[in-house]
Design a protein around this ligand. Structure first.
Ligand code: L34
Length: 279
């Protein structure tokens, strides 16, 4: 029987710390949240981000733009936000509509306001270990691992998925804590065998029921970054929870695991951005 890692509780504590720091120092902190189009899931995540801002005493500025927004219009908005002293952090919710090149938009965000840490400058800083912001989801995963009391040093860690948003930076953060890290992806041979080596298994695939019990070592820490809908339109992760849970020592649920942590780390980064800009 695994212990369930309570992402809601851990995220709550982080948000309270952010709020306390903002109150203590009487800071005025602002986050611009930009959403383009009508993606239902994105709408839910953005609303959760706005609520978290409120809970932390951060002013949120929402820009909900229509699906037809052009790349130029979006870049112009980002430039305006780059120059707005009330805005300390800029978050452009992904995915964007197909006619907009995400890379170009990310490149336009001032690295000092890039609270997602998606800009090439911030990605590079993470790789060399000289960073201000950590990408929210991988940083949230590290917090969840720490909350179990697990020491990452020397552990076999397997990350399934190699996206720029989760898989690649996740591997870097584990590496910074001296783990032995393997990244698996759709071309990996003997995936189950590789995953079974993991003391810590992080799945960021985006497919329901992808991680099955035969892929999990007895006593592993299992972190589920997936955010999927199953056949009954119910929210679920990548991990076949019912069969993996008995083998794991710790496991994150979906919802209530990594998702709330992504948002808590965004709050932390926004406060950090304010500090950097006040220097
Ligand atoms: N720019 N785009 C940008 N930054 C991000 O950090 C994200 N991400 C991912 C998608 N696009 C992004 C998010 O915000 C995923 N993500 C995210 C954020 C919050 C939640 C899930 C994904 C979340 O709140 N999850 C809840 C359940 C939500 C529901 O009911 O649908 C949970 O408990 O897991």
């Amino acid at each position: 029987m695994a212990k369930i890692i309570d992402g809601k509780a851990v995220s709550q504590k982080i948000k309270e710390e952010v709020r306390a720091e903002i109150e203590r120092d009487g800071l005025k902190v602002g986050l611009a949240v930009v959403i383009v189009g009508n993606n239902q899931a994105s709408r839910v995540y953005v609303n959760n981000k706005k609520k978290a801002c409120e809970a932390c005493g951060i002013q949120s500025y929402e820009y909900a733009l229509p699906e037809e927004t052009t790349e130029k219009e979006l870049r112009d908005l980002v430039r305006t936000l780059n120059d707005d002293p009330n805005v300390n952090g800029i978050l452009v919710q992904l995915p964007l509509p197909k006619h907009i090149t995400e890379k170009k938009i990310i490149k336009t965000i001032s690295p000092k306001k890039d609270v997602d840490a998606f800009h090439a400058e911030n990605v590079g800083r993470i790789v060399i270990g000289n960073y201000a912001f950590l990408p929210c989801t991988p940083a949230g995963v590290m917090e969840l691992i720490h909350s179990t009391g697990t020491d990452v040093e020397g552990k076999e860690c397997v990350v399934i998925g190699r996206s720029n948003i989760v898989g690649k930076p996740m591997a870097m953060l584990l590496l910074h804590e001296n783990a032995t890290v393997t990244i698996c992806h759709s071309h990996t041979k003997n995936l189950a065998e590789v995953c079974r080596r993991a003391d810590i298994l992080v799945s960021a695939v985006g497919k329901a029921d992808f991680v099955t019990a035969d892929m999990v070592k007895e006593g592993a820490v299992v972190i589920d970054v997936g955010m999927n809908r199953n056949a009954e339109n119910k929210l679920c992760g990548d991990v076949k929870f019912d069969e993996v849970e008995p083998k794991a020592s710790y496991i994150t649920p979906v919802p209530g695991g990594v998702g709330p942590m992504t948002i808590a780390m965004l709050m932390k980064n926004t406060l950090m951005a304010k500090r950097l800009q006040s220097k």
